[in-house]
Design a protein around this ligand. Structure first.
Ligand code: SF4
Ligand code: SF4
Length: 132
């Protein structure tokens, strides 16, 4: 199972190796998609990969040190602007963008790692990435 979350870390725990603790205790895989670390607080976007028990255990540890919120959607395509040119498809490093049966371009949000390559190459500015 894959779960994406926003994670806010309170000031007193900013210097604590929370991610390492979660990985060591639960053996879950964590991908840090975005991070803004400040002296008094941190904001991260994390992708957790594991089974249901691992996810529950990881969430419990994370919530001891900060607040968690689900990331509902990372990438958004404006279909009114997209011309299905396919430029984004070839620049996606994780094959999260595909050509559908009707040759329209579709995004797989579960696979997207938020690298923004597609945003940069899109000629019509049809793609938006959620930021923190
Ligand atoms: S942001 Fe990066 S990973 Fe996500 S769809 Fe665009 S190119 Fe692919
Ligand atoms: S690069 Fe932009 S216009 Fe071209 S297929 Fe991708 S989203 Fe659509």
């Amino acid at each position: 199972m894959k779960k994406r979350i926003y994670y806010w870390v309170a000031e007193e725990f900013v210097n604590r190796p929370i991610i390492s603790e979660v990985v060591l205790k639960t053996r879950i895989m964590i991908n840090i998609l975005m991070a803004k670390i400040k002296p008094h607080e941190s904001f991260l976007m994390l992708e957790l990969n594991g089974d249901k028990n691992q996810l529950n255990d990881a969430m419990n540890i994370l919530m001891k040190y900060g607040e968690v919120e689900d990331v509902p959607k990372m990438i958004q395509k404006d279909n009114n602007k997209c011309i299905d040119c396919g430029a984004c498809v070839v620049h996606c490093p994780v094959k999260a963008i595909k050509t559908d049966e009707d040759y329209s371009i579709v995004f797989d949000e579960k696979e997207c790692i938020g690298c923004k390559n597609c945003v940069k190459v899109c000629p019509t500015k049809a793609i938006e990435i959620l930021d923190i």
